[in-house]
Design a protein around this ligand. Structure first.
Ligand SMILES: N[C@@H](CCC(=O)N[C@@H](CS)C(=O)NCC(=O)O)C(=O)O
Length: 203
């Protein structure tokens, strides 16, 4: 029998959606071929698999395409979930992250792109951060004491929000959130998925 080829992940290192997918793939121990993509010059093979043109895209050995980050997380964890991440999901919170919070993050971070008033969006984003902080006060992670799907799905977006004005973020009374973010960023898992790789090109 010929061995099954590894799935291929089209990814962009700094994309928060791709980060959450890489975290779930890594924690589940899934072997995959990482293809770093230039967003301005997406490979034809990626667009052929998923014409909507967003990363991450996972292409399985049988040709199945999974092109939504949360679906990639759930696929990987359904195969193998050594830390029990699927038990620590919070669909409403993740939806709020991907919806209103992401909307405010973009308009806070890139006001010139959106013609937006950044501080209005920083304030709205702060309301979500307060909600996360209150939830983290319980056990240190979003669904209790151990990291899970909700933490990995949301953390990359909070990281981006915090980095827009680090001094401001550090001054907010969000001690649980600040500690949570610092620990996730310092984790071996995050280190592993943030390894730099040259962009992939079809040869
Ligand atoms: N709903 C998608 C969103 C993915 C997404 O928007 N990724 C961004 C990068 S962070 C992207 O590929 N944008 C297309 C582009 O910039 O051309 C998912 O969860 O996978």
């Amino acid at each position: 029998m010929t061995p099954q080829a590894d799935p291929v992940l089209y990814s962009f290192r700094r994309c928060p959606y791709a980060m959450r997918a890489r975290m779930a793939l890594a924690v589940s121990g899934t072997q995959y071929e990482l293809r770093e993509v230039k967003l301005r010059d997406k490979p034809a093979a990626m667009l052929a698999a998923s014409p909507k043109g967003t990363v991450p895209v996972l292409v399985l050995a049988d040709g199945t395409v999974i092109d939504e980050s949360l679906d990639i997380m759930r696929w990987a964890l359904a195969n193998r979930d050594p830390e029990g991440w699927l038990e620590r999901d919070d669909r409403a919170l993740v939806a709020a992250n991907d919806g209103a919070f992401k909307h405010d993050l973009d308009r806070y971070k890139y006001p010139e792109r959106h013609g937006s008033e950044p501080l209005v969006h920083r304030e709205r984003g702060l309301a979500f951060l307060r909600q996360l902080d209150a939830q983290l006060a319980g056990g240190g992670q979003l669904c209790g004491e151990k990291r899970g799907l909700a933490d990995a799905a949301i953390m990359p977006f909070v990281r981006q929000f915090a980095a827009v004005d680090r001094e401001w973020f550090d001054q907010q009374p969000l001690a649980h959130l600040q500690l949570w973010l610092a620990n996730h960023i310092a984790s071996d898992l995050f280190d592993t998925i943030m390894i730099r790789q040259a962009p992939w090109s079809q040869s």
